[in-house]
Design a binder for this molecule. Sequence first.
Ligand SMILES: Cc1ncc(C[n+]2csc(CCOP(=O)(O)OP(=O)(O)O)c2C)c(N)n1
Ligand SMILES: [Mg+2]
Length: 1106
Amino acid sequence: MHRAHTAFSLALSPMAHKNFATWLLKSSSSKQMAKVTAAAAVRTYNSAAAEPFANGSTASYVEEMYNAWLRDPTSVHTSWDAYFRSNSYVSPPNLAPVQANTLPLTAFNFGGAVSGAAPDSKTIDDHLAVQAIIRSYQIRGHNIAHLDPLEINSPELPGNSSTKTIYANFSFEPSEQDMERQFKLPSTTFIGGDEASLPLKEILNRLENVYCNKIGVEFMFINSLEQCNWIRKRFETPGVLNFSPEEKRLILARLTRATGFEAFLAKKYSSEKRFGLEGCEIMIPALKEIIDVSTELGVESVIMGMPHRGRLNTLANVCRKPLNQIFTQFAGLEAADDGSGDVKYHLGTYIERLNRVTNKNIRLAVVANPSHLEAVDPVVQGKTRAEQFYRGDQEGKKVMSILIHGDAAFCGQGVVYETMHLSDLPDYTTHGTIHVVANNQIGFTTDPRFSRSSPYCTDVARVVNAPIFHVNADDPEAVMHVCKVAAEWRATFHKDCVIDLVGYRRNGHNEIDEPMFTQPLMYQKIRKHKNCLDLYADKLIAEGTVTGEEVKSVAAKYENICEEAFALAKTETHVKYKDWLDSPWSGFFEGKDPLKVAPTGVKEETLIHIGNRFSSPPPNAAEFVIHKGLMRVLAARKAMVDDKVADWALGEAMAFGSLLKEGIHVRLSGQDVERGTFSHRHHVLHHQLVDKATYNSLQHMYPDQAPYSVSNSSLSEYAVLGFEHGYSMTNPNALVLWEAQFGDFSNTAQSIIDQFISSGQSKWVRQSGLVMLLPHGMEGMGPEHSSCRVERFLQMSSDDPDYFPPESDEFGVRQLHDINWIVANCSTPANYYHILRRQIALPFRKPLILCTPKSLLRHPEAKSPFSEMSEGSEFQRIIPDNGPAGQNPSSVKKVVFCSGRVYYDLTKTRTEKKLESDIAIVRVEQISPFPFDLVKEQANLYKNAELVWAQEEHKNQGSWTYVQPRFLTALNHSRDVSQSDEQSSSTNTTTTTDHTNNVSATDSDSNSKPWLSRMFAASNSNGGDPKDPAVALGGDFNAAKHFDLKNVRHDFNRPAGIAAAPGGRIAKTGRKISYVGRACGASTATGSKAQHIRELNALLNDAIST
Ligand SMILES: Cc1ncc(C[n+]2csc(CCOP(=O)(O)OP(=O)(O)O)c2C)c(N)n1
Ligand SMILES: [Mg+2]
């Protein structure tokens, strides 16, 4: 009762308080009342504004009259009096501070008064008070609910001391008579079930049970009345927490497995870290309930992201990954396949199985993730979005994501907020994510009071109006109910929601840690606390649902299953990483020549067609008014097409357009990418007179083309890059690009770059062809907005600086196959076009890190003739000097190697100095993997020349530190280690030439099919229907068939055991490469424009001199 009073008092305004107090409260000092008022103010934000009918002056006028009438019926005109008495007026049910007497009159039962008769003011006050109680329970009940199984954390919100004061100082002693009085229930509550009114005692009891027991529902901040009512109904309707004996037994069985799994691991691998779930085992039945209900409601595929805690249990008992595969991970075995692997509690999985409860097939993926907590969130969302897209699941009815979080990480990591903000964006939404927080009330050794400033660890979800269901993890039935509601919420509203499973952590952070060092009192409690399974079993035995023998036998049965799997695991000699793949690409690799690259040049007529479309205004140009400036842009594009040349934007459009024609979905995402940061792209034309009317010519190139999507993203790098990475994992037959506004901003997404993009294949045998477009160039714009820090990407490239791989016709593709990613800085639109197309033409997928230009976007010389993009042309890893120097190499005195934009400055200076015959300028377009073969060729061509590397970045930045040792290896003219030659010839012969199933971009046969069929045509070889997107998404996934790269050499990087070359400064041949450019610097560019120009001129002079 006392608690009821607390809840009630928080929501009342002073006026309402006074009225209520006279009726209900025996004593209340004015000081206390002030505190009540303050408390009411704390939580009364939101959100009348969101209720459309509450806006506008008429509504407020009527409301004012109504409020005045409630205070004193004689104070308004008799007509208003009559109107309000007729019960016709319903005040807006807003969530704003409750004003005195703002409750709808229709809600009142006038104490049995004859309809039409004026109620006395006490009756009105009493009804107001009851309504306020109901409302305050709904708003604040969660604050005093019994959420903590350990009962350590007081129900008071941190920092809200007034709550405590109220709780302690107000007595709540309504008379027996008051408690028995009937009150009509308003439409905003469902506690009555079929009853329209209830005695006050019953009202309070029911509210107490619903809102202050083991479930705390936080939802009244949601600014949709429909959604609020939906939630109220799910929790308030009498009987919602009644479970049948079968349901209870199912919960018990699931809890037994979850508990048994951890116990088994603890027994068998007592000294191993596994980040067990003990104290929150209910998470496993919870996830299963969410999946069951969602499957029942139509979901066929669930993609999960989760941290370390309980991950193995989830794989075992939610995904039903074979237990022996899990146990094998503890054995420290060698891998039978490629990859460096990862610790067991990071590995992903993909499983398709029958859901026995719903009897429907379901696919479950747990996405592999790094240690970096929450980094996987946007990746999961991107993967989910992509899967929805390929299935044509536009509302998220078939594919959904579940994100599982730790309490400390959920509130601590900014990427959670960034990811939340993608949840409702048209091109990023996954139509509702269910977040489950395994809230063990601790993060490693840190208590919540030191790890967050918000009352709950889940408060971040409030920003997107997601309802938050807090629940005591020791009450399995309450947990199951909350999960059911969450799944139904998602299916109904397709919006995020959060389940906060409040449990505890029975052991230390991991099984080897001693928690008593830092949380002695908490752990004294935990030691005495019975586990959830025992508590629930006791309850079910006591109520007669199961017998003690049944409980034991279910546990024993599961232990037997574990023992059998344990014995099987012991027979394994190797682990297989492919068993842990989260995103299988069924059919993509199968039967394909792993070293065969499809041509990237296309017919000239295709270029012309795309160019014409891209330079045309919308077909209904007469009505569609576009900006005059854009008319000029289109006209300039058209002139280029007529001249058969392309600038950067046109080259990019040619790459996209031709891929779309071939059935390859293209998705470009990033901040302001639709127009382009530098206003060069203009893929989306806006009607100047009609809001939101747009035209995107790349979506209208060919009638049967693949979809093109270009999306301005939220102002986030971390989440959006992660999202696009996830998107790229889903289907290899798509070009997915993320563009940074300026290259240096990508460092806010560093964990995605380090943990996923550069190392994902190596750790998790998962490939991605994601392209990162990073505007880069020292152009006097200051320290920021200049360098994309290409040196950092290069430093993470995995090719060996001291190893010259065996030369062959396939040198380039072998290098690509073996490296972790590609880093390039193209200097021409044609090369940009080819490298984009090559991403899809490759028989495997590698991330591409591409420095992109700024001033080159409009540079008159940075244009390419169509002949460099048409059939027969290809990507040039190195662009040799084509001028007088290249034609007469023996007389060349100096060769300047460079990359990117500086080439144009160098050639200009060379022309000015008339040194075209003396100095050759060679562009290294693909920096990594390093084109050893071509550099060697160029060095040999200019036998007598001095060699320099010129770059505009500072010496400790840019490509220099990466290229220098590799130049020396290349200049040695041969591989450093003699044994390698032998190896090269033997391994070369194993390369297969069978490429019957190559997904050639120029496959004319498949061009007539619609894009979706063509996209999945490559999957046909495994017997699946190529039209069925499920095939390409892994419908018939058989791990053994995929990643069959046995015919690919894996020794293209320096083989283990072969000593590295010394890597000295001067090659054995006596030649060397010198550096020309800026000195080392702490920042990425020179701040003052004048200094920038001085330094640039100095470098040009140094480079272009003999
Ligand atoms: C970004 C990041 N920072 C730090 C860590 C180190 N770390 C691993 S677990 C952990 C505590 C996590 O607490 P919580 O999110 O509550 O999960 P729990 O372990 O309690 O399940 C920390 C700090 C990490 N893995 N990732
Ligand atoms: Mg925790």
